[in-house]
Design a protein around this ligand. Structure first.
Ligand code: ZN
Ligand code: ZN
Length: 170
């Protein structure tokens, strides 16, 4: 399997570009780890609303239907975190298809270990603040009260030179 970086996309990119990279990565992960998952039969989607949950597998009976990934995870933590979440959700899909098992039980622990991903459902930390450009609406997540967060007026948008404001994350 290629290195995770090989597939990397970075914000800003469209949901379509993101999901295209995710599918290519997922297909290789499935082949490499011999998982019983048909990547192209799954629906892949982005949740722009999920605030803490990194990813979720939707399934009916023993059939995996959809893997949904949190857009904020990508924006806040980048491709590596997404790749790990994809492996986590693929592990769920495999065990649902093979054993009707959607738990984080012993089977999951073993498989997650092999796929080098988290053994519990992944949560991500939302930023405390967003620094937002009033001109181009570029958003930067901030986890600590830095000088930029305290005095946004001393800085300009790195993209367009516009004025920056700070919002507390909801
Ligand atoms: Zn899980
Ligand atoms: Zn700007």
């Amino acid at each position: 399997m290629n290195e995770v970086e090989w597939y990397a996309v970075a914000p800003p990119c469209s949901h379509e570009e993101f999901l295209a990279a995710v599918r290519v990565y997922a297909r290789d992960a499935v082949t490499h780890h011999s998982l019983s998952v048909a990547v192209s039969d799954l629906e892949w989607s982005v949740s722009t609303r999920a605030k803490r949950r990194a990813g979720v597998l939707r399934y009916r009976d023993d059939t995996p239907l959809e893997i949904r990934l949190a857009w904020r995870l990508f924006e806040n933590q980048g491709w590596h975190a997404v790749a790990s979440t994809v492996r986590h959700e693929l592990a769920h899909a495999h065990l649902v298809a093979e054993h009707g098992d959607a738990s984080h039980g012993p089977r999951f622990q073993r498989l997650a270990d092999r796929l080098n991903t988290a053994t519990h459902c992944q949560r991500f930390t939302p930023p405390e603040w967003w620094v937002v450009c009033t001109d181009c609406e570029h958003r930067l997540p901030r986890y600590r009260e830095s000088r930029l967060v305290r005095n946004p007026g001393e800085y300009a948008c790195g993209r367009c030179g516009g004025r920056l404001t700070v919002h507390t994350a909801d």
